[in-house]
Design a protein around this ligand. Structure first.
Ligand SMILES: Cc1cc2nc3c(=O)[nH]c(=O)nc-3n(C[C@H](O)[C@H](O)[C@H](O)COP(=O)(O)OP(=O)(O)OC[C@H]3O[C@@H](n4cnc5c(N)ncnc54)[C@H](O)[C@@H]3O)c2cc1C
Length: 390
């Protein structure tokens, strides 16, 4: 595989495919340069407090113009490259993109002016707050209330598992305004961090990331905090997740490539039975399976992103790419740990870190089981799209 950048693995052959255009190839080169020149930041982010380094990472990405991706293919390439380099680079980038997109898509001119330029420069950070304890996969069940009171809304309830919360300047929060039943009664609102009545409680997760619970206790925001229109919150969330779940597949690919490269280097230098580990037929077979998985995941992600960028219906491709790439990455990382043997289980070794970091990708932005349901439900009544049933 021909690589772009010294420290990063974007596959030059893949970026040369017709799914991508010249600006994507230039972006790939810029990402290569960014990852090569920010090795220190990546190392510091790994060892420091995640929320503190999140701000530094955002400023560095903003300074290089990398926080305003032009399209989904750019977003996916960026996530893959950053995830390959360091989990927390990808984490900071992806949460910022997740928070900026609904403002870009649904915001008023004033909302855009207030938040987007600062977010693109990495001087302001955003977070997206949808999940609650009793409303994860079942988004329509969410209960945080936003009660109209004169020219304000009063928020009462909680959100949980919110990524980037401690470092955020603004939260895009989906709350129940009760304009209709279940999914129809939800509204998206922009809530600045520091609003009285909003409390942030960090949660310690398997992989060190800035994740928190938000408590809303008489938290008041003005009526013009509504993003989009009242009752449109479910659509804001679903449109966002439909697009962004495919970028989770791209990040999974970055983690998996990193694991595969490390395992291959290890197997090639590790002496075993008078030869190298890599010379054993079953070890070779494992690496062949890894290579097939990486290629399949890369093509599914590229295809889904290309479909999105040309305006084609996206949901099915996005689910397929997310499901396959995250499940494949889990298997690839597991293979890497196996190849390292006991050394792969040492705390804070690369395989051990990747093993912890990859796990959540099969859960957030739609668990694998939910993706399977969505893919099966998209099959037409007469069989596969365009295929007559037998
Ligand atoms: C690292 C991380 C970051 C996150 N960041 C954010 C964030 O920034 N903002 C935010 O709002 N949320 C965030 N989340 C929350 C995430 O979106 C939810 O965890 C996810 O939607 C699943 O919800 P849940 O955890 O409540 O699991 P549940 O909905 O309780 O599901 C548990 C399990 O039940 C099964 N299941 C659920 N539904 C179905 C179904 N329909 N069919 C078959 N099986 C099913 C699946 O196996 C699933 O894993 C994050 C989570 C993690 C782990």
């Amino acid at each position: 595989m021909e690589r772009i950048g010294e420290r990063m693995s974007l596959d030059a052959e893949l970026v040369a495919l017709p799914f991508y255009e010249q600006p994507h190839r230039e972006l790939a080169e810029a990402l290569g340069r960014f990852c090569d020149t920010h090795a220190e930041l990546a190392a510091a982010a790994r060892t420091g407090a995640p929320e503190k380094y999140g701000a530094r990472v955002l400023r560095a990405l903003g300074a290089e113009g990398l926080l305003a991706p032009a399209d989904l293919r750019s977003l996916c390439l960026t996530r893959e490259a950053l995830a390959y380099t360091e989990d927390l680079l990808d984490f900071a980038f992806s949460i910022q993109a997740l928070a900026a997109w609904p403002i870009q898509r649904h915001g008023t001119d004033e909302q855009k002016r207030r938040w987007l330029p600062g977010m693109a420069r990495g001087e302001l950070a955003g977070a997206f707050a949808l999940s609650e304890e009793q409303a994860g996969s079942d988004v329509a069940a969410l209960a945080l209330r936003a009660v109209p009171d004169g020219a304000q809304y009063v928020l009462e309830g909680h959100k949980t598992w919110i990524a980037g919360a401690a470092g955020a300047d603004v939260f895009c929060v989906v709350a129940r305004t009760g304009d209709g039943p279940a999914a129809l009664g939800l509204t998206a609102l922009l809530v600045p961090a520091g609003t009285p009545g909003l409390r942030i409680e960090p949660i310690d997760m398997l992989a060190e990331r800035d994740i928190a619970r938000l408590e809303f206790d008489g938290c008041r925001v003005p009526a013009d905090a509504v993003l989009g229109h009242r009752g449109g919150g479910f659509v804001v969330a679903m449109e966002l997740l439909e697009r962004f779940r495919l970028t989770v597949g791209a990040a999974a690919l970055g983690f998996a490539r990193r694991a595969a490269d490390a395992a291959l280097a290890r197997a090639r230098e590790r002496a075993a039975y008078g030869r190298r580990l890599f010379d054993l037929p079953t070890v070779k077979a494992s690496f062949a399976d890894v290579e097939v998985r990486l290629n399949a995941a890369a093509l599914l992600v590229a295809r889904a992103a290309w479909e999105a960028d040309r305006g084609a219906p996206l949901a099915r491709h996005s689910s397929i790419a997310k499901l396959y790439a995250t499940e494949a990455a889990q298997q690839v990382v597991d293979t890497a740990v196996q190849m390292f043997g006991a050394a792969g289980l040492v705390h804070d070794s690369l395989p051990e870190r990747l093993y912890r970091q990859i796990r959540s990708l099969r859960i957030y932005e739609g668990a694998s089981e939910v993706q399977r349901l969505a893919i099966a439900d998209a099959l037409g009544p007469r069989g596969r799209k365009g295929t007559p049933a037998r």
